[in-house]
Ligand binder design. Structure first.
Ligand SMILES: *Cc1c(COP(=O)(O)O)cnc(C)c1O
Length: 393
């Protein structure tokens, strides 16, 4: 592996380990454990294992290590720890470094399960959490006071596609020594420059674009080696959130085509957003790639693209939204995103159902809001499908 390889070359080759058989495609080491040549060798490996010496799949596995090294190379991170799901990554990154008495500041526009960790889990262990409007830099300035241990936000929020300015928030956080932890799912490793922009830790749910074909759950925590191996790994390996070797193998092969898929999906998402903008049945079209989006300039500076997901608000509320979902023929009703198949979600009644109405209102999750994840189909077919369904809404 060469340091000057471009991302598409790394996506195919970085992290490859070959066994004594010199297999061409990455091997799936579907084994929970490893055998030692002697009792002394077992003792030595438990004392200190070399990078290519493994003990138990909850601690590490050659297929999982290939995936970790490949995604770390793509992200420009020193190291990565792969987890059983995106939520295992969010939980592991935060719980491994926080303790009672710590203070965390987070953007309030978050995925439902992330909110659960911040609002329900961390306070139970004596961590104080303040939720703020992540788009408001003055609010970050006010909330991130000396003694703040970490800040947490989705760089592009689910489902309303609000952006948080990674570089500015990192500057504010680093001024008081706080760790910057970014859930970067919507940016994808293709459009992410989060570490270069100041983030300390980047998290992905690899269930989304990295698999990209809706097969496996997975997640990853990326950052400095000392944090990944010294803080996250001990916590994850003893609490059981490791990625399975099979899922790592699927994700590893997913990385090979990630850039081609995500760029095609993002181009289609822009075409769909342009086609729907101004439609009489829609009160709003939310897509950071549209020049009319309030954070378009930040999206271009931070990601260079609008991403693969957009949200639209039907003027006719929930009844119109449900008629629209039920009339779609290509888009499938589900709650995944980043898939090769185009997917549609009604957040207020599914992914964000748990939230009190007042909180939904603050977050802009209205009854008419619909999230669209754009897949790999022909964009003309997608636009035809959406227009026909809007006609019946
Ligand atoms: C899906 C998602 C997660 C959780 O990932 P899982 O793999 O489902 O556990 C976390 N954050 C964001 C922004 C997501 O979209």
């Amino acid at each position: 592996m060469s340091d000057d390889w471009q991302p598409r070359t790394r996506a195919v080759h970085a992290g490859t380990r070959r066994s004594q058989y010199a297999e061409m495609s990455e091997a799936l080491f579907l084994t929970q454990g490893f055998v030692y040549v002697s009792a002394e060798a077992a003792e030595a490996r438990f004392r200190a294992s070399e990078p290519d010496e493994f003990i138990y799949a909850r601690y590490g596995n050659p297929t999982v290590a290939m995936f970790e090294d490949r995604i770390a190379s793509l992200e420009g991170a020193e190291d990565a720890f792969a987890t059983a799901s995106g939520m295992a990554a969010v939980h592991g990154a935060l719980m491994s470094c926080l303790r009672a008495g710590d203070r965390v500041v987070a953007a309030r526009a978050l995925f439902g399960s992330c909110l659960y960790i911040l609002e329900e889990v961390l306070p139970r262990f004596g961590v104080t959490v303040e939720l703020i409007d992540g788009t408001d830099l003055a609010a970050w300035e006010r909330a991130v006071m000396p003694g703040t241990r970490a800040v947490f936000f989705e760089s592009v929020s689910n489902p309303c596609l609000e952006l948080v300015d990674i570089a500015s928030v990192s500057r504010i956080a680093h001024a008081v020594g706080a760790l910057v932890v970014v859930d970067n799912v919507f940016a994808t490793p293709v459009f992410s420059r989060a570490l270069a922009q100041g983030a300390d830790v980047v998290i992905y749910s690899t269930t989304k674009h990295v698999d990209g074909q809706g097969r496996c759950l997975g997640g990853v925590v990326l950052g400095r080696r000392e944090f990944v191996r010294g803080t996250v790994e001990p916590f994850m390996k003893h609490t059981g959130g490791a990625m399975s070797p099979f899922n790592a193998w699927v994700m590893l092969k997913g990385l090979e085509t990630l850039e081609l898929r995500v760029r095609a999906q993002a181009a289609s998402a822009l075409a769909v957003a342009q086609a729907l903008e101004g439609h009489p049945k829609l009160a709003r079209v939310l897509f950071p790639g549209l020049p009319g989006h309030p954070q378009h300039a930040l999206a271009m500076a931070q990601m260079g693209a609008g991403g693969t997901v957009l949200a639209v608000e039907l003027a006719g509320g929930q009844a119109a939204a449900f008629r629209f979902l039920n009339a779609l023929r290509i888009f499938r009703i589900t709650n995944n995103l980043g898939d090769a198949k185009s997917l549609v979600t009604h957040p207020a009644t599914t992914t964000h159902q748990r939230l009190p109405e007042a909180q939904k209102a603050v977050l802009g999750i209205t009854c008419g809001l619909v999230r669209l994840s754009i897949g790999l189909e022909d964009p003309g077919d997608l636009i035809t499908d959406l227009r026909a369904a809007l006609d019946t809404a």
